[in-house]
Design a protein. Structure first.
Length: 261
């Protein structure tokens, strides 16, 4: 299933995990369990020794995965072994993509069933070579925008992204937060129509997820909360979180639709 096909059934719940945490062998089963619990898309992070966009929770998961033997070759093996019907998305940093070679990387994504690529440290102004490689292999290149992104640049990012636009809920790094800023809602409202809007960074509860959808998002991304439960071995709680978040956003979406008498 392509990412665009998944958005025919919005709102979507997108779950992030770090591939290789707690081990490469465990990752395919984790992907399966998250999918069966109700996630519509799964992001699989490629562990990095210095993940600059990630907070402590995901940084620690990257370190555990690296110690467990994860590298780029193993990443694609693990992703290939994760047999699910939902789209899979690569999340990682540009230096590892560049070191592999852009065409080889995009080819490996397509071969392993990856439908989209998110590169937090790659601005659209520098992304044309990777974008061409991804287009050659039918892979979406997904860009990010934040509350402090100027409107003229936001519109340029919208023109460049494919699959969906990743909206960063707040400035800073990933991590669980208890608040939801008005700036997040304003950012959602500022995005021109025509591209699906997915909001991440700090979304950790069903209530926050419902609030994001009520504000106009087409998808909610949950990451650090998933990674934290995996680190603690609380897989039943992870599945329960996915189910509750999916239900919450579905209810929020229904409440947006006026009742016809």
């Amino acid at each position: 299933m392509r990412i665009s096909d998944a958005f025919h059934h919005k709102p979507l719940l997108i779950a992030y995990i770090c591939a290789g945490d707690p081990s490469p062998a465990a990752t395919p089963e984790l992907v399966k369990r998250i999918s069966e619990a109700g996630a519509d898309i799964i992001e699989l992070g490629l562990p990095h020794s210095d993940p600059v966009a990630d907070g402590p929770t995901i940084q620690e998961s990257s370190q555990r995965a690296i110690v467990a033997g994860m590298n780029t070759d193993t990443y694609f093996e693990v992703v290939s072994a994760a047999k699910v019907e939902i789209p899979k998305i690569f999340m990682g940093y540009y230096n590892m993509i560049y070191a592999r070679g852009l065409e080889k990387f995009a080819s490996d994504c397509a071969r392993s069933g990856i439908n989209g690529v998110i590169v937090p440290d790659l601005p659209p102004e520098e992304a044309e070579p990777l974008k061409i490689a991804c287009q050659n292999h039918g892979v979406d290149l997904i860009f990010l925008a934040a509350p402090n992104t100027p409107q003229h640049r936001l519109e340029r990012i919208v023109d460049q992204t494919s699959g969906f636009l990743y909206l960063v809920a707040r400035p800073g790094v990933t991590g669980v937060r208890s608040d939801l800023l008005d700036d997040t809602k304003n950012l959602i409202a500022r995005v021109p129509d025509g591209i699906p809007k997915a909001v991440g960074f700090g979304i950790s509860t069903p209530e926050q997820a419902a609030e994001i959808v009520s504000a106009g998002a087409d998808a909610v991304i949950v990451g650090s909360a998933c990674v934290d439960l995996i680190a603690k071995g609380k897989l039943a709680e992870l599945e329960d979180l996915i189910r509750k978040m999916k239900l919450a956003i579905e209810i929020a979406e229904k409440r947006k639709i006026p009742t016809v008498c």
